[in-house]
Design a protein around this ligand. Sequence first.
Ligand SMILES: Nc1ncnc2c1ncn2[C@@H]1O[C@H](COP(=O)(O)OP(=O)(O)OP(=O)(O)O)[C@@H](O)[C@H]1O
Ligand SMILES: [Mg+2]
Length: 316
Amino acid sequence: MKIVTLTLNPALDKSSSVERLVPESKLRCGPLQLDAGGGGINVSKGICKLGGRSMAVFPSGGATGLRLQAILQEAGVEMRVHAVPGETRENFSVTETSTNLQYRFTLPGLDIEESQADTMLNIVAQLQPDYLVASGSLPPGLPVTYYEKVAAFAKKINARFVLDTSGAALKAAADEGLYLLKPNLAELSALVGVEKLEMNQVDDAALEVIQHGSCEVVVVSLGAQGALLVTRDGFEHIPAPPAKKRSTVGAGDSMVAGMVWALSEGKTFHDMAQIGVACGTAATMNPGTELFQKADVEKLLGWIKEYGERYRFRDF
Ligand SMILES: Nc1ncnc2c1ncn2[C@@H]1O[C@H](COP(=O)(O)OP(=O)(O)OP(=O)(O)O)[C@@H](O)[C@H]1O
Ligand SMILES: [Mg+2]
């Protein structure tokens, strides 16, 4: 099964550390770490860590874009880029070592014209994916309905579309209909037009999304509480295994990587959701933007299979 990820708003992530953030003075930082970032790219990196294959499709601009490509190549991620004018954006994060707090500076993305994004869809079509994954925000320049267009396009090329995004971009795509959604609680609440869903309303809200024709499967991620898998046939809570949390950056993308990889391996939804939670929690065990270690995923998955049942929510 072929997986293609689409990242319309990629970034070169730069991170470093400083003992204390003090205004108006020179802050001497620790070594610089460079990472390839952006939702779909992270998903591709995660699939690669699991031993799977995917093709990452994204726009690449200027020297920063080339740098990003080189980092991905080094990591063994296959890619097809569309060269665009301008510079791919950079994000910068600094960890204050005295408090262990992370400050994340996100710069506006490179403007993408709709015709350029459409060119990337043509590239995707040529790749004939079984699964098309899009994750992350839309770049400036594209209409907020662009993922709706991608959802319609995925149907046309017979690809199962998996989407992880938020707000109006998510709503528009859901109206068109797609395969799998992975909202967190806030994203699901917004999707069904509720300010904040209570835990015991999550299954009904997700079912409503499915019955509305928005998707086949919903996995609602619940942070430290794991996730809720919801299909037309019912729902299941997958608790997150205990783990020493260091940074939750990339947890959502890691979860999507695990789930899509599992689907491409022909696993059931039940196994898919368990693997997704294991990957998400494994991501929290790593510092910075580092996603997860496969060995941690295997250990956590073992815990879920052995003890998960015991820690399930029962009061839905
Ligand atoms: N504090 C935590 N402890 C254990 N597991 C966690 C924690 N936070 C996240 N996870 C794991 O990662 C998965 C996805 O996390 P979360 O629900 O926070 O997604 P998200 O809000 O989409 O995250 P992101 O900010 O990466 O987009 C969870 O289902 C869980 O398995
Ligand atoms: Mg998320």
